[in-house]
Design a binder for this molecule. Structure first.
Ligand SMILES: Cc1ncc(COP(=O)(O)O)c(C=O)c1O
Length: 365
């Protein structure tokens, strides 16, 4: 048996007739950008996230960049963020000429440590980006409390956390702005690139709508400086509309897989980072192992794929190191980078595949 980390084709096959019909409908209509699918998706996704506005864009990195720009981030400003989340927030800040300021994460769940973050918020800080890493909601109420008097905008990067809930509130509904990626492997994934920004504030939403389309307030009239082209096309919007009603069930299946692995890991040196619950949608099932390479080799011998998310902290990435600030040491981040391992976890995994991964974990006892 060969067990992949993910297999997006299976999701496609489970919805193939409906997807084919949706794609044919869009092609037949002959209107491919900012048409009725896009408008309907924006409404449906805003309602799903319980926010007034959804501004769909080209991808999740653009969503971060546009969100930063919309709150006034520019050259020389600072953006506080964690260093273990793939580098997307740092790259978005750097694209605007701003400086990423890297804070450590919490040992318990590897999300941004609010106490560490607030210590780094200085007069040049325009925004703090908290990533709901691996699908686990960061501690947004603690962060909001600590940042209340700083004037820094709080942005939630929800690219891995579609549908996560805390006290009934969904990812993206805790801060000024939430950003999403719909990259194909995300919990809600398009058949290509896609992203969105969500918020409640009307003026902010208007600025984001202008920024994603040349700075236009009306066709061909550029008024908002810094505008560019970052749009979600009709085909992707139609695909996402079709998948959104399935998201809750898919997230539940992901959590059930993690629950099974956790049970299997009892009494082993493999520590699963998260506990299944509403605030964790198991985008990635990440565990820690003190001898990771050997463990991965044993998985590979059983035909089980594994990966590392992410193998480099931001300050270890050549394009970010030297351009980011790291005023305090990042011991939790650095230790985690050496121990984390991602196990196969996707909704379409068969029970036999889940059992085979669980057996491989049990064999570690
Ligand atoms: C946490 C996080 N933020 C941002 C992104 C960037 O999204 P995209 O690949 O759509 O640009 C991703 C995924 O790729 C991500 O996982």
């Amino acid at each position: 048996m060969s067990i992949p980390l993910n297999d997006i084709g299976r999701q496609h096959r489970s919805l193939a007739p409906a997807l084919a019909e949706a794609v044919a409908r869009v092609l037949e209509r002959g209107w491919y950008v900012h048409g009725e699918e896009h408008a309907a998706f924006e409404q449906e996704f805003a309602a799903f996230c319980r926010r007034r506005h959804c501004i769909a864009v080209g991808n999740g990195t653009d969503a971060l960049e546009l969100a930063l720009r919309a709150v006034g981030t520019g050259p020389g400003d600072e953006v506080v963020t964690a260093a273990n989340a793939g580098g997307y927030a740092s790259l978005a800040a750097l694209a605007l000429g701003a400086v990423p300021v890297l804070a450590d994460v919490r040992e318990a769940d590897l999300t941004l440590d609010p106490a560490a973050a607030v210590r780094l918020v200085g007069p040049r800080c325009k925004a703090v980006i908290a990533t709901h890493l691996y699908g686990k909601l960061a501690d947004m109420s603690e962060l909001a409390g600590r940042l209340a008097d700083t004037g820094a905008a709080v942005i939630e990067d929800c690219a891995q956390a579609h549908g996560a809930l805390r006290d009934g509130r969904p990812a993206g509904a805790f801060a000024l702005i939430g950003t999403f990626s719909f990259y194909p492997s995300k919990n809600l994934g398009a058949a290509g690139d896609g992203g969105a920004v969500i918020c409640d504030d009307d003026a902010l939403a208007a600025r984001l709508r202008a920024l994603r389309q040349y700075g236009w307030d009306e066709r061909y009239r550029a008024v908002t400086p810094g505008g560019r082209n970052s749009r979600l096309d009709e085909l992707q919007a139609a695909v996402l509309r079709l998948k959104l009603p399935h998201l809750a069930a898919w997230n539940e299946r992901r959590r059930a897989i993690v629950a099974r692995y956790r049970q299997a890991a009892d009494g082993t040196r493999l520590g699963l980072v998260h506990r299944p619950g509403p605030d964790y949608v198991a985008h990635l099932c990440v565990a820690r192992h003190p001898e990771r390479a050997a463990f991965r080799q044993r998985l590979a011998q059983r035909g089980i794929a594994s990966a590392i998310h992410y193998p480099f902290a931001d300050h270890q990435q050549p394009a970010i190191a030297g351009r980011a600030l790291r005023p305090l040491p990042l011991p939790v981040t650095e230790r985690a980078v050496g121990e984390i391992v991602t196990l196969p976890c996707f909704p379409e995994m068969s029970d036999a595949e889940v059992a085979a991964v669980a057996a491989a974990i049990e064999a570690e006892r």
